[in-house]
Design a protein around this ligand. Sequence first.
Ligand code: AMP
Ligand code: ZN
Ligand code: FE
Ligand code: FE
Length: 287
Amino acid sequence: MFNNLEISLIDLHTHTTASDGTFSPRELVKMAKDEGLEALAITDHDTTAGNAEAADAGREYDFEVVPGVEISADAPFGSQHIVGLYLNSDAEKMESALRELRDFRDKRNQKMIVLLEELGIPVTMAELQIEAGGDLVGRPHFAALLLKRGYVNTYQEAFEKYLKAGGKAYLDKKRLPADEAIQMIHDGGGISIIAHPYILRRKDEENFEKNIEYLVERGIQGIEVYYPEHSRGDEALFADLARRYDLLISGGTDFHGSIKPGVRLGRGYGTMDIPYECLDAIKEARS
Ligand code: AMP
Ligand code: ZN
Ligand code: FE
Ligand code: FE
């Protein structure tokens, strides 16, 4: 065995080729099983397209899979990702809203291709789609392609020069207002969770709690206490926040495969151990 049997490993935030992860849903479920995890949630950006394949793989490998999503939302204080767990497979209203985000993304990608071309960097949609190996093309695939073609020396340089907010080929994407994203998750039978709160705190420490309150007032149900970038101190801070605002505790590695090197499924940078009890409480809240 890889792991100490007393520690249950679960991972409630991961990406597949349905968005910008590098493993297919089936591969990810198999990896979770092989690495000794006990449960895995698939939370692709603005799409639920990977959930069906993951559920099939879960049945095949006798492994617990949680259908989810990570929605790019917009709040008065800036962008905030919101994870939804346990979505119904027939959450049609959500699918149509997410489709709108994806249509916007397609147009954004086309425009970014034009911007790059004007900078003397010709890339095509077909090449980006090969890079993505799945449905959704995003900035990580632009970065990977620019690196492969030698226009930059590192993946990070592609972001610094061209792709980060304010970069020469950057265009913003469309986000759903946070209250709509939360409501949509609830309408789809899901549990709504504040993703990676350390980012929100780092952006504006002074108003951090006020911003959490904004989401709480709009019905958010949980918060990611466990995340690779969270120190033990962060975990304690966010756990205290969860207690005070009566929020469910969640967490995950935000595994993306080779796009986020060094992060292991269920383990993050090696020190994560998300108690299975978190998932029990989330399941309890559904009923
Ligand atoms: P997109 O949804 O197309 O805007 O791409 C967002 C993804 O790009 C994020 O999930 C990150 O994986 C990646 N990303 C965004 N900003 C940076 C950055 N400054 N450096 C490296 N990766 C980034
Ligand atoms: Zn991503
Ligand atoms: Fe995120
Ligand atoms: Fe994520």
